[in-house]
Design a protein. Structure first.
Lengths: 422, 142
């Protein structure tokens, strides 16, 4: 069996390498990769990952492991951003059009999402071109990191599918949803408009790396939807932030915000924590992407409060940050909040405390970027308990810097050099 | 009396594995929990928590000064993590009415992964330990 599988692997590799021009055409045209060797390599990697022989060698729980199927924008495709910008929409095919029927039925299932599907957005904090680039560049079209699930069931009962077709309807729903949630929850994030904009940019970078703004992204470990939520985070939001978010939306002078509260946040727990009901993290019938975006915004704020209590404003550690100017403190808080979405708040605070107690002792943090780099090292060498496996050490220690790099790549290819709408 | 014994056994059971490898802290937590169970007065319970907090901070500093062995770093990280969970509980704001809500803050700090079998998703040991302190604190509150 092993010999047979190894031979198949060799044959698959040789086959794909011998005919780069033909099989890498999609990559060349999609990404305008100048170097056909690079395109061939990318194609080969994708081909190998999808080969049945390879899949059978890897056990089912890790087959769809994020590191296995997640397109790494930093290392694999440096030209993707520029080219993704020039592609408006995809032509759908039978492998990626599976969300179209749900999109077409939005008029019946969700009046608000139906409006967003058919409208153009005026007041968005984030440049739509950045969202489009995220949709195209975070996952390749062949990445099997998505599921179609419109029932009340569990995501684990559904097979992984290709990236959904990025047509005009899909893009409008995603872009306009993020814009609406940003408008409605800006004041919830901060009373200061400029700071709230920076928070929204941080949330953009978080969603960018988590799901590439695809509403049905699902990780190999079961995290679901736009914000890649797991049971604990959903529970945390439902208990601690849902009432506050509802209040913010229902008291808004914008009728769309009130409609969002009534239509999307209905019931005691609009998004259920139980993994047996995890379809509700991705299903459009449950109000996604709006629902998952609202949870992402709310959870970002909740995480910031944990970081303040546990680290930045904590009696044990706050003196280390006392000489940082206010904008730098806020920059650090946002960076740690993005990071904690992956690591858990304890996953940031425990190694950060070790870093402060061991490396700073009598000195203070004066350079936020330097502190972040040092923290990345500490996450590898002194992680929190839940992040001690080799895979988690690698993932947590590189998460924020990858998110930052991915955002930087997008911004370098957008007019104005920033995703904050000018 | 009987109820107190049963409750303390339940609380101690959740922390029996002593995975922190620091006898000072683990012994102190047992003592803290016992003392919390012995009083129903909010003021006294808060005082006990403050005393433990000072001990925790002192132990953090002691271990931070030890050489950088894998064991010492793990011990320090574990104490840091325990301190975090205790800090986000915010004992000063606990009343009888919000004990359940406070428990939820800790029980929702599960690892950021979802498993095929939901019983595999366990709370980290330090979170479990902090939960035992919270339950001892809330026990008997009027």
């Amino acid at each position: 069996m092993i010999i047979k599988n190894s031979l198949s692997l060799i044959i698959a590799t040789a086959f794909s390498m011998l005919t780069p021009q033909v099989f890498a055409k999609e990559y060349i045209s999609l990404y305008e990769i100048q170097d056909s060797k690079q395109a061939a390599t990318e194609y080969s990697l994708d081909y190998i990952k999808k080969a049945p022989e390879i899949l059978s060698l890897v056990d089912s729980s890790s087959r769809t492991n994020e590191s296995f199927s997640h397109f790494d924008p930093v290392n694999v495709c440096s030209n993707c951003y520029k080219t993704a910008r020039s592609i408006k929409y995809e032509t759908c095919n039978d492998k990626n059009d599976y969300l179209n029927s749900s999109l077409n039925q939005l008029g019946r299932t969700s009046p608000l999402l139906s409006v967003l599907k058919n409208s153009t957005t005026a007041n968005s904090t984030i440049n739509p071109e950045c969202i489009r680039t995220s949709l195209f560049s975070t996952f390749s079209s062949k990445a099997k990191s998505f599921k179609q699930c419109e029932s009340q069931g569990s995501l684990k009962n559904y097979r992984f599918k290709n990236r959904p077709c990025i047509n005009e309807s899909y893009f409008n729903v995603i872009n306009n949803s993020f814009s609406l949630v940003g408008q409605c929850l800006k004041g919830f994030l901060s009373n200061n408009s400029a700071q709230a904009d920076q928070d929204i940019l941080s949330i953009f970078s978080l969603i960018n790396i988590e799901s590439g703004f695809h509403l049905n992204a699902v990780s190999g470990t079961g995290a679901g939807g736009i914000g890649q939520f797991t049971s604990g985070a959903i529970d945390d939001f439902n208990e601690n932030q849902l009432p506050n978010v509802r209040k913010q939306l229902s008291e808004s002078s914008n009728p769309r915000c009130q409609q969002m509260s009534d239509e999307i946040l209905n019931g005691d727990t609009p998004m259920r924590a139980s993994s047996s009901l995890s379809c509700n993290r991705v299903s459009m019938k449950n109000g996604n992407p709006l629902l998952n975006m609202i949870y992402t915004f709310g959870y970002f704020k909740q995480t910031k409060s944990y970081l303040q209590k546990g680290l930045l404003n904590n009696h044990r550690y706050k003196h280390y940050f006392s000489t940082l100017p206010a904008p730098e403190k806020l920059k650090l808080e946002r960076a740690l909040a993005v990071w904690a979405h992956n690591t858990g708040a304890a996953g940031v605070v425990a190694p950060a405390a070790t870093l402060l107690l061991k490396e700073y002792s009598d000195s203070k943090v004066v350079d936020v970027d330097e502190f972040i780099e040092q923290l990345a090292e500490k996450m590898k060498s002194s992680p929190a308990r839940a992040n001690r496996s080799v895979a988690r050490r690698n993932e947590t220690s590189t998460y924020f810097l990858k998110a930052k790099k991915h955002l930087q790549n997008i911004e370098e290819n957008v007019r104005g050099g920033t995703c904050l709408k000018q | 009396m009987f109820k107190t014994i049963i409750l303390s056994l339940m609380i101690l059971n959740s922390s029996m594995s002593f995975a922190m490898n620091d006898e000072v802290i683990e012994t102190s937590i047992l003592t803290l929990n016992n003392n919390l169970l012995r009083t129903n007065k909010l003021v006294e319970k808060r005082t006990l928590i403050d005393q433990f907090d000072s001990l925790l901070a002192e132990r953090q500093r002691e271990i931070a000064q030890l050489p950088d062995s894998a064991e010492n770093l793990e011990k320090l990280g574990s104490i840091n993590e325990l301190a975090f969970y205790l800090d986000i509980i915010d004992f000063k704001s606990i009343k009888k009415q919000n004990c359940t809500k406070k428990e939820k803050i800790i029980t929702s700090q599960t690892p950021n992964v979802e498993y095929e079998n939901s019983s595999d998703t366990k709370l980290p040991y330090e979170a479990d330990l902090s939960l035992s302190v919270l339950r001892a604190f809330c026990s008997g509150l009027r």
